[in-house]
Design a protein around this ligand. Structure first.
Ligand code: MN
Length: 245
């Protein structure tokens, strides 16, 4: 085993967006800051379609799937609900290929918000296209609140990887989503829910694949007095470093 002289590289997915009239690759700096703080070197990956995912994964030691657009409902054989926002077909294709490649390789994977949804879809699961339309008694999951506001409770499944990472089975998180996981992919299991029965996280059942997904945004919560979200990044970093060694 060689000592690590550089932080391990982790691929971080991004979107493209027209900003001031120019198409740009974009990802919130909160993700890359949280990863750097955890001792990792983020490599921002633009949406590139499916080809090349294997090459890319050969060059990194971990994968982070970030938040963003709704996934095209055709990816899980559904007819679009009217509330589904503009989709990004190239990004969908890219991230689905990255999830499948990471799964095959047993590459440590952290999936956040859209990321947990795309991981579930890539492995054969489906989504609730709009929580308020689907459930009459849902709590607000997309309130008009600052990014770092903890707005609802989440119950974590005892004994899950998520519970071990967070160090708790009950926490309060931020929430910026109108969709959630519906049918869970066969290789994944639920690790967290809210009291309105919305799935707030899934993880891999495969002992060879450390994969954790959450519906909230831990990257926006790393400076709060509670250490749950710092612990989540630290748990991911521990697995990435072990793989890189
Ligand atoms: Mn939520």
């Amino acid at each position: 085993m060689h000592p690590i002289s550089h932080p391990p590289l982790v691929a971080v997915t991004a979107t493209t967006e027209i900003i001031r009239g120019v198409a740009r690759v974009r990802v919130n700096e909160a993700y890359t800051d949280a990863l750097r703080t955890a001792g990792l070197l983020p490599l921002v990956v633009p949406p590139f379609g499916g080809d090349g995912a294997d090459w890319l994964l050969d060059g990194v030691h971990g994968l982070v799937l970030t938040g963003g657009e709704d996934i095209a409902p055709s990816r899980y054989r559904a007819v679009p609900h009217p509330t589904v926002g503009p989709v990004h077909e190239t990004r969908d294709e890219c991230e689905i290929a990255l999830v499948r490649g990471a799964h095959e390789r047993g590459m440590p994977t952290l999936a956040i918000c859209r990321g947990v949804q795309v991981a579930n879809v890539a492995l054969g699961g489906t989504l609730v296209q709009d929580i308020p339309s689907h459930r009459t008694h849902s709590i607000p999951h997309d309130p008009d609140a600052p990014r770092s506001d903890r707005v609802h409770e989440v119950s974590v499944v005892p004994g899950s990887r998520l519970a071990a990472a967070l160090g708790t089975i009950r926490l309060v998180t931020n929430s910026f989503h109108h969709q959630s996981i519906d049918r869970v992919a066969s290789d994944l299991r639920v690790n967290a829910r809210t009291r309105d029965d919305v799935i707030e996280g899934v993880e891999s059942e495969d002992a060879r694949w450390w994969m954790l997904g959450v519906q909230w945004h831990p990257e926006e919560l790393t400076a709060t007095p509670e250490d749950w979200d710092r612990r989540l990044f630290a748990a991911f970093a521990e697995r990435v470093v072990a793989r890189a060694a």
